[in-house]
Design a protein around this ligand. Structure first.
Ligand code: PMP
Length: 382
């Protein structure tokens, strides 16, 4: 029932901020950079060359081949570009079509809370039942394996993972992934692994994909996208890689929904993978500098604390010691200082006590915004 589907609280917060003239905006969930010149040129060139038709439903083969190479290099897992990879309209398209492919009405999908808002709506849109497990800061926002075991029922179809995580910035470590993999195998559950922030990871050593673990390629759908890693949100290119049967279903559904991702954008994405990676490194470096600065500043503010994110461009700030809700914090901060952040409850009830600050914005905004947040907190407690 589409009436049950709710608009994101992130958007609502952003809309509230529109009534003020000058606002410092920390809500954005997308890079503040635009795609690099070579990528833009490749997209334009594709248009000039007349690559403006429908592509194969699964996407142009050279792009799938390039994705296959990357996955082999980074995961040491081979995905056949012909039938184990499909290019979609963003990771959102990949996620939705994956859920639509695997879920029967009433099937349960386990989601770790706090979660990226759209998961909940997508699962419901596909007739599934979201089952939430709380991931706690004390456990570095990783999944408690006992909680996972307890959440599994006969109806569990899938576990949805998101590492690096939006909103917490946490990364699931190898030990945690191994435990999850074991439980998934024992219970014959599919793992959907949303890895869209994998390109914004501050230390490669922290990261493993669950798809790389023994016996997991067969039951994992890797979801990725060019949106964050290559600052290409508006180009809408993502992909799913996984078992042939599920990929075939996703592709079949895509044929009926959008036919394919936009062809010129697929050529741009191909260039993103094949061309120089310097711009990606530059962006990562910028994010790292901003992260270090923002975490240092937050830690200077009384009663606030924040774990340093291992990936993404989000700081998930603990405000529990202030004794107000995260919604109150966000509303009052906007009213009194015209700084807009996302209340943690946008990511489920388990996000209460936190606010998300996106640092996909300039250093200047970070400095000014954090000054105002500090003023706001000091005025409240002094
Ligand atoms: N997954 C997560 C965790 C995200 O944060 C986002 C974008 N905010 C997406 C998926 C969707 O990415 P895309 O632009 O590729 O659809």
């Amino acid at each position: 029932n589409s009436k049950e589907i709710q608009a994101s609280k992130i958007r609502k917060m952003f809309n509230k901020s529109l009534k003020y003239d000058k606002v410092i905006n920390f809500t954005l969930g997308e890079p503040d950079f635009t795609a690099s010149q070579n990528v833009v040129e490749a997209g334009c060139q594709a248009i000039m060359n007349g690559n403006t038709k429908y592509s194969e439903n699964a996407g142009i083969l050279p792009l799938r081949q390039e994705i296959s190479k990357i996955l082999l290099k980074e995961y040491e897992v081979y995905y056949n570009p012909k039938n184990e990879i499909t290019v979609t309209v963003g990771a959102m398209g990949a996620l939705y079509l994956t859920l639509k492919s695997i879920l029967n009405p009433g099937d349960e999908v386990i989601i770790c809370e706090p979660f990226w808002t759209n998961y909940l709506q997508q699962v419901k849109m596909c007739g599934g039942v979201p089952v939430l497990i709380s991931c706690k800061e004390e456990n570095d926002f990783m999944l408690n394996l006992q909680d996972l075991e307890n959440a599994i029922t006969k109806k569990t179809k899938a576990i949805l993972l998101n590492s690096p995580n939006n909103p917490t910035g946490s990364v699931l470590n190898l030990e945690n992934l191994k435990g999850i993999a074991q439980i998934a195998q024992k219970n014959k559950v599919i793992v959907i692994s949303d890895e869209v922030y994998k390109g914004i990871l501050y230390d490669d050593k922290d990261y493993s994909s669950i798809a790389s673990l023994e016996g997991m390629k067969e039951r994992t759908i890797v979801i990725n996208s060019f949106s964050k890693e290559y600052a290409m949100t508006g180009w809408r290119i993502g992909y799913a890689a996984g078992p042939e049967e599920i990929i075939a279903n996703i592709t079949k559904l895509q044929e009926n929904v959008s036919a394919c991702a936009a062809m010129p954008c697929q050529y741009a994405a191909l260039e993103a993978l094949r061309g120089s990676q310097d711009f990606k490194k530059f962006m990562l470096n910028q994010y790292r500098q901003r992260r270090d600065r923002i975490i240092k500043r937050i830690r200077e503010i009384p009663r606030l604390s924040c774990k340093s994110p291992k990936g993404t461009f989000y700081a998930f700030v603990n405000i529990k010691e202030l004794g107000i809700t995260s919604d109150e914090f966000a509303d009052k901060l906007l009213e009194s200082k015209q700084v807009v952040v996302v209340p943690g409850t946008a990511f489920g009830d388990g996000g209460e006590g936190y606010v998300r600050i996106s640092y996909a914005t300039s250093m200047e905004m970070i400095e000014r915004g954090l000054e105002l947040i500090e003023e706001f907190v000091r005025e409240m407690i002094e």
